[in-house]
Write a protein that binds this ligand. Structure first.
Ligand code: SAM
Length: 354
């Protein structure tokens, strides 16, 4: 392996290939993957694991092992397993475990085989691109109250840039409009929930979000056929017409239920040593506010252009809607987006339209 460089993230010190050798999804490079921009994703997973306290944890697609090593150093998990199928990644994982005097256990297996062999209370699936090939085995190996954390970087597919791929891969029709990030995340969750239901496993999102170039969803098991039926009741379709939407037949199937568990958000802590502390604090604050807001958000520039006017500042939009006794909050999906229970006519009034 080329000369490695040591980086610090959270409480871990990790050897990774220098930037020009870090394998990416579209690269022919041969070395192990490490993406510093996913630190937020890893900080959030550490915080969530400290809230949920799973005992036996698997970082299934680990590359350098950074995430699993952080779980072993920064959470109360009793047993951390770190796996990658790539022999070079496996060697690096072992070195990094040693460097951190961690007691994590390294594996060099296909994650599907490992998951089918062993049960886990938490499984992390953080692949290149789509998580689809790993979901079936992962959900089946979860314990009674187990949790699965899933990343998807094929956001262009989920957001409707390639509808045929989305239909094949997620068996869903994607939206390609101002709301596509929320719809795409909901298609991903809907797919995971449907896969779990085929095994009589109910899954519910506890925290799911869109950030940078990826979607991330954490879902918790509610075992039993009846719980699976119940979860499926929250799967449906949306229709978009102009600037509004309603339950319909066209876009989906997707998860139409809550994206967050408010109690879990309330008990998550942002640690001093998190490299993305400030950004995570801001995200947590917005998530808490939007957690029980209605489905889908409005995009202020879309409304302004529809009305041939300009967008008022966000605080004014929210303030006016609240004066009119509606609920109104920002959304993490877009800095210019907001969620409200106000009907379109009253929203238009806020934009100066009578
Ligand atoms: C995006 S990287 C993981 C990044 C890592 N989780 C992090 O936070 O830095 C995906 C990894 O999955 C591994 N992989 C791909 N298919 C696999 C499989 N079927 N079983 C186990 N590992 C696999 C690849 O070798 C690669 O190292």
């Amino acid at each position: 392996m080329v000369g490695l460089v040591e980086i610090e993230e959270g409480l871990a010190r990790i050897l990774v290939p220098p930037a020009e050798w870090r394998k990416g999804p579209n690269s022919a490079d041969v070395e192990v993957f490490y993406n510093p921009t996913m630190e937020l994703n890893r900080d959030i997973s550490v915080s969530l694991l400290n809230t949920l306290s799973p005992r036996r944890v698997l970082d299934g697609l680990a590359a350098s092992g950074i995430r699993g090593i952080r779980f072993s150093l920064e959470t109360s998990a009793e047993e951390v397993h770190i796996n990658d199928r790539d022999p070079k990644a496996f060697e690096l994982i072992k070195r990094n475990i040693e460097l951190n005097s961690s007691d994590a256990i390294a594996h060099n297996m296909n994650v599907n085989a490992l998951a089918m062999e062993t049960g886990f209370d938490y499984i992390d699936i953080d692949p290149f691109g789509t998580p689809v090939p790993f979901l079936d085995a992962a959900v089946r190996s979860l314990s009674r109250k187990g949790v699965i954390g899933v990343s998807a970087t094929d956001t262009a597919v989920l957001c409707g840039a390639y509808p045929k791929v989305c239909k094949r891969r997620y068996m869903a029709n994607p939206a390609h409009n101002w709301c596509m990030h929320e719809a795409g995340l909901r298609i991903l969750i809907g797919y995971i929930v449907r896969i779990a239901a085929t095994h009589d496993i109910g899954l519910r999102p506890v925290l799911s979000y869109s950030a940078d170039h990826y979607f991330r969803a954490y879902l918790r098991v509610e075992k039993g056929a009846r719980k699976a039926d119940k979860a499926l009741e929250s799967i449906g379709f949306l229709d978009f017409e102009g600037l509004s939407w309603k339950e319909g037949r066209e876009y989906g199937p997707m998860w139409l239920g809550p994206l967050f568990d408010r109690d879990i958000l309330d008990s998550m802590r942002v640690e001093e040593h998190f490299g993305t502390k400030k950004r995570m604090e801001k995200m947590l604050e917005i998530w808490k506010k939007e957690a029980d807001m209605p489905l889908c958000f409005h995009e202020s520039p879309e409304i302004a252009s529809h009305l041939g006017t300009s967008s008022p500042p966000m605080e004014r939009i929210l303030g006016r809607l609240r004066e009119m006794r509606y609920r109104a909050e920002r959304t993490h999906f877009s800095p210019t987006g907001f969620k409200t229970d106000a009907p379109p006519d009253d929203i238009f009034r806020v934009f100066g339209h009578n």
